[in-house]
Design a protein around this ligand. Structure first.
Ligand code: ZN
Length: 248
């Protein structure tokens, strides 16, 4: 099959030459696909609007050995508002980078696709909510990829007695006694634990009214970073550093 017709999200778009754009498409059929859109930098190009970052569209791709070529693109949703608001843009870029770095090429990942689409559709420019959305997105992505943090009770002895500790290495809670097995475990206040549970399991829409205190924001950011680093072996997202520079 040389041609592939598929729905996709543009998760990366960069100018490759004066005329061409290099893309990473997250396709519904084949997961992550690197592609080139020839002529897309020219204003008269039919492809120009359909290959912008965040666009959801129907694409006809010629599947080359290493790189696909975009033959046609039709916009379903342009996510225009995400490109023209700095905070929406920065968070959207982070979601796309995270997904792009974690997925293997050419493996269908419909759950991850749905999660990214849900996140992009939920973004509303409200920085407090965008931060909640980001922490929830990270936890839900860990869950889909098979690494949900275990937050019910101590994963070694089932005790629910506080204080509880979160072990990145073990991927969940430990009680005080069992926390000795992981010197890197982080003590977790009950309020933070209940927030983590909500962020992991509630729909994005249901989290709109959720607010985090500044210490909870810091705790959850550092917990999620630890979980992502230990379970997915991923650190140093460029777009997350950009968000930190913006004070997010
Ligand atoms: Zn225990």
């Amino acid at each position: 099959m040389k041609y592939l017709k598929t729905e996709a999200l543009v998760i990366r778009a960069q100018n490759f030459s004066e005329a061409d754009k290099l893309l990473t498409l997250f396709t519904l059929e084949k997961g992550k696909v690197p592609a080139i859109a020839r002529g897309a930098c020219k204003t008269k190009s039919k492809l120009a609007s359909s290959v912008q970052l965040f666009t959801r569209g129907d694409f006809l791709l010629y599947m080359g050995k290493t790189l696909a070529t975009v033959s046609q693109g039709e916009i379903r949703e342009s996510f225009h508002s995400l490109r023209y608001d700095l905070f929406n843009y920065a968070y959207g870029q982070y979601f796309c980078e995270l997904v792009g770095r974690l997925l293997e090429e050419k493996e269908p990942c419909p759950q991850e696709y749905r999660l990214l689409l849900d996140a992009l559709e939920s973004m509303n420019g409200d920085t407090a909510y965008l931060e909640v959305l980001a922490r929830s997105f990270e936890l839900k992505l860990l869950k889909i990829l098979g690494y949900p943090p275990y937050l019910e009770c101590c994963l070694a002895c089932s005790s629910q007695e506080g204080p509880l500790w979160l072990s990145f290495r073990e991927g969940g809670l430990l009680c005080s006694r069992c926390s000795l097995r992981d010197p890197g475990a982080k003590k977790i206040p009950p309020g933070t634990l209940s927030l983590l549970t909500k962020l992991l399991s509630a729909d994005f829409k249901a989290l709109r009214a959720l607010r985090m205190s500044s210490s909870q924001r810091e705790d959850i950011l550092s917990i999620n970073k630890g979980l992502i680093r230990f379970n997915l072996n991923l650190g140093g997202c460029k777009s997350l550093r950009f968000l930190e520079q913006l004070g997010c």
